[in-house]
Design a protein around this ligand. Sequence first.
Ligand code: GAL
Length: 649
Amino acid sequence: MKLGVCYYPEQWPEEMWVDDARRMAELGITWVRIGEFAWSRIEPEPRRFDWSWLDRAVETLAAAGLRIILCTPTATPPKWLVDKHPDMLAGDAEGRTRGFGSRRHYCFSSQAYRGECARITEAVAGRYGGHPAVGAWQTDNEFGCHDTTISYSQNAAQQFRIWLAQRYQSVDALNRAWGAVFWSQEYRDFDEVLPPNLTVTEANPSHRLDYNRFASDEVASFNRLQVEIIRRHAPGRDVTHNFMGFYTEFDHFAVGRDLDLATWDSYPLGFLEQFWFPEADKLRYLRQGHPDISAFHHDLYRGVGRGRWGVMEQQPGPVNWARYNPAPLPGMVRSWTWEAFAHGAELVSYFRWRQAPFAQEQMHAGLNRPDNVLDHGGHEAAQVAREVGALGQLAGCTSARVALIFSYEADWQFGIQPHARGFRWLQLAFEMYSGLRRMGLDVDIVPPDADFSGYALVVAPSLPIIEAGTLAALTASGAVVLFGPRTGSRTRDGHIPANLPPGPLQDRLAVRVARVESLRPGAGPDVDVGPDRMSGRLWREMLETGLTPLATFTDGAAAWVVQARWHYLATWPDAALLDAVMARVVADAGLSKVQLDEGVRLRRRDDVQFAFNFAPETRRTPAPEGTVFLLGGPELPAAGLAAWRIQPQ
Ligand code: GAL
C-alpha cells in the first residue's frame, strides 16, 4: 500500500526540484511517475538527446529516497517528428487527419511511428533501465484516450487488410463471414477492402466488428513492442500501463497479459459527470462519485493485472475536463485512496504534484496549488500515509466468491448494433455489478476465458458471442450462473446463430429466443415476479421454453428462467427487478447478503473489512456490536470510512 505522485520536472524551474522531492518524501509519498510527455525535452531535435536535465531530475528524486516510475514518452511525439512522418497521424471517421497541438496524435498502425517509438524506448530504457531508483516503467499514457484507438488513416487501412488476410486466408471466407452478398458488398481481393467509415448508411456490422478486433490487436502489439524493449534493458523491473475508466475500445485483458501489473486512472467525479448516470445520481453523489464507479474499475483492473494492480492517477480535487468540475467533499480523496487499497491496490498515485498555471490543464487541481501551497488533496494524502503507517501493510485480496464476466467484444457488438438507443453493454455490466455490491458482496471482474473454479456465483451481464471454452469452464465450476439478455445472440462472425439465440447455451438451458423487440424509455416491459410488478427496459425477448418461469411479462410469457443453477433473463432489469434477481441467485449460490445503508459499500482485504460511505449523510457500518475499529467507528460520516478485523490474527 504505497502512495505515489505524477510529477513533471520539465514543467518547473529546476530550483524547485530539490524542495519538491523533499516535500513529497515528507508527505509519505514513495513513488514518483515521470517522463510520459517529455519527448520534446529528451530529444529536442532528431537524434540529439538531452539527458542532462532528466539525469538531474532522476538523481534529485533518488536522493530524497523516492522510487521512480519512468514512462516512455510516446503519447506526445514532438513537432519535428510529426513533420518528418506526416502520415503517422491518425484519421478520424470523417476522413480528416487528426493534427498536432495536443496529444496522442498518432496512429497505432503507422509503421514509421512504431519505428520511432522503438528508437526512443531503446534510448530511454537503455539509459535508465539499470538505474537503482528507477523501479518501474509505464508504457505510453492512456492508450485510446481522446478516441484514439480507432483510426481511419491509410496506414490503418493497409494494416487492416494484412490482418484480414491472416484471419480469413481467402477473400471468399471473408465474404461469407461478413455476409457480403447482402447489398452486393462482395470483394474480389483483400486489397479492395476499406475501413468501415464514410459509408452512405450503416456499414456492414461484421466488417465493423472485425475493425474493432483489428484496432484492439494494434494497441496490444504497439504496447508489446515497448514492453519487450524495456524488459531487455530493465530486467526485474515492473512494467505497467495506465488504463482509463469506462473505456472499452480495446481488449484490456489482452494488453494486461504483457504487463506485470495493471494501473488505471481514477477520476470518480469526472466519470460520474460524463457518463450515463441519471441526473438524480449526478446531484446526489456530486462530490463523492457514484458508490460503484471506482470499485468497478478496481475490480476490473485487478483482473486485467492478474491480481497485481494500482491507481496511477487519482483525482486530488476538481478536474478540468468534465462538463462541470466540482470539488470533492472534504475527506473524499482520503476515502478514494483507502477504497483502492481495500480492493487490493499496491499503489495509489495522485495526479498531479502541483497544478500547472499554464496550458490545457491549468484548471486541474494538484496536491499543491499553483503557488505551491499544499492543497486539500495533499493534506488528505498525508493523512492516508500516516494511517497506513499506523495500520501496517496488508496482504492482497483473496479471490471473491462472485465473478462478473467482462467482455470487451460484447461492448463492441452492442455498440455496432444496439437495436435500442442506449443499449450499452458497459452500462448493463455496471448495473449488474452495482446490484451485487449493494448486497455487500466482493466481486472479481474476469475475462470470458477465465477459470471459474472456486466461484459460487458467476454473472454474465451479456455474452452475445459465447465461446465453447467459456461454457465448458462455467459447467466445470459448478457455480450458479446468471446470463443477461442477448447472450448467445451472435456467432463469432456476428450472425444470428442457426438455432437462434442463445445459440450454444441451448445445450444447457432449454430456452430459445424466438423473436425480440426494443422499446423506448417508459414503454416497459413490465415484469411480474410473484405478486410484485417490476420493470425491465429497452429490451424484450420472446422465449420458447418448457421451463417454469421465475418471472413473466404481463402477457404471461417467461421473462426469467432457471435450469439446474443457470439463470437466463430476457430483459434489461430495472433496479427493483435486478435486486430481486440478484437476491435469488445469491441465495442459490449459498451466499449471504449484508443489509447496508444506502450509499455504504464494503470490501475485504486480507483479514480487514472496510466500509465506505458515499452518501452525503451519516450512515452506519454493518460491524457487529463491540467491534474494535482500526479506522473510523460504527458511524460513518459523509466521506467517512471504517476498517475492522474480521477474524483474530
Ligand atoms: C488523464 C491523463 C493525464 C491528465 C489527467 C487529467 O486522462 O492521463 O495526463 O490529462 O487525465 O485528469
